[in-house]
Ligand binder design. Sequence first.
Ligand SMILES: Nc1ncnc2c1ncn2[C@@H]1O[C@H](COP(=O)(O)OP(=O)(O)OP(=O)(O)O)[C@@H](O)[C@H]1O
Ligand SMILES: [Mg+2]
Length: 420
Amino acid sequence: MVLKVRTYDTRVPRILLLLPTATYRASDFLTASRKLGAEVVVASEQRQTMSGMMGDRALLVDFDRPEAAAEAIVTRAKEKPLDAVLGVDEQGVLVAALASARLGLVGNPPEAVAATADKITMRKAFSAAGLPQPGHAIAGPDADVARLAREVGLPCVVKPVSLSASRGVIRADDPQAAVDASVRIRTILADAGQDEDAPLLIESYIPGIEVAVEGLLRGGILETLAVFDKPDPLEGPYFEESIYVTPSRLAAETLDAVSQLTAAAAAALGLLEGPIHAEVRIDSNRMWILELAARSIGGLCSRSLRFRLGVSLEDLILRHALGMPMDDLRHESDASGVMMLPIPKAGVLKEVRGQAYARAVPGVDELDISIPIGRTVRTLPEADRYLGFLFAHGDTPEAVEHTLRSAHGKLEIVIDAPPS
Ligand SMILES: Nc1ncnc2c1ncn2[C@@H]1O[C@H](COP(=O)(O)OP(=O)(O)OP(=O)(O)O)[C@@H](O)[C@H]1O
Ligand SMILES: [Mg+2]
């Protein structure tokens, strides 16, 4: 009898995480990587992000030069093979796609990811696929913004094509307000180190409610992991994110339609693998895709999601990237949510009072103030950081929303006038 000897690859899986210095996502992804027993190589643009914790398993990359960054990763992988390359947020996803494509790893086509980083290219892809989205026009630096706003229809929304977290997104109700908004956005772009002459988008304002969709693509098939309701009205002129609660209270058939529209949007962009985050507006029985990103939910918001067996969203994303099994994608608790703490005014953050009271509200899981005391805070449309995050769970979405509001009511955010 001949004994067949099978060899197993017992090597610890090795994953490269792209962690920009400003990311909120580092600790959650590092925790999940350790839990899976994976070896992590961190790629970042500054050595201090990685100091101490990673030793020689660190790589310096420039996120503004995606081709060169991807090349550096490919070179590193030749020394020690990588099983996955993951961009944890907006800044790293294109580099991850480029490197993954070159290394033959699970990932998205780079041109699909590039389309998500430019709202004009994204609108073109959605138009080509015939998806319902806001009517829009492109305004270059010399454009007649008032005329374009009239053509698109008022009210309209003027926005930059490549910022995030609602930075620079402004509703305008008349042509002059659209002109003023465009001037203000160009200053915000310059402040963000971007090209102030870049084209802007002028979109028709879509009324109604808004949901956020968290999903995972596997071989081009979208699995909806969560739909969040945004119970605070988002009517402008600025669009400050606040409460997200899941599961959504919308009817099952509406939610099916939301999932289908999101899947169609991902397909229109050509995305195939990994997490997606989308925003959909719904007004009576119509819905529109606002946008779709090739990443998971931003800030620390993913902490509001727990899947069966205590699995986090980052666990799922890493398991998928590493080709590990994922059996049960159902949620653990009945309802959960997060509040991105609103910034009441611009100035210097002095103190956040009442934190112990807020944490003591039954159902509150965590309160995280993410801006250090003494730092300058800005309000939208200029704001570029979240003040903090409040997490809660409960039996129903209503209970979670109530818990978040009452815990927020215990907080007193003390902001001094900005230095003149
Ligand atoms: N055409 C529109 N009609 C109505 N509301 C809009 C429109 N465009 C944007 N908004 C509102 O502004 C918010 C932010 O806009 P958008 O998603 O385009 O920018 P963003 O900076 O990428 O946001 P984020 O990073 O939060 O996803 C949307 O979630 C929505 O509430
Ligand atoms: Mg958005």
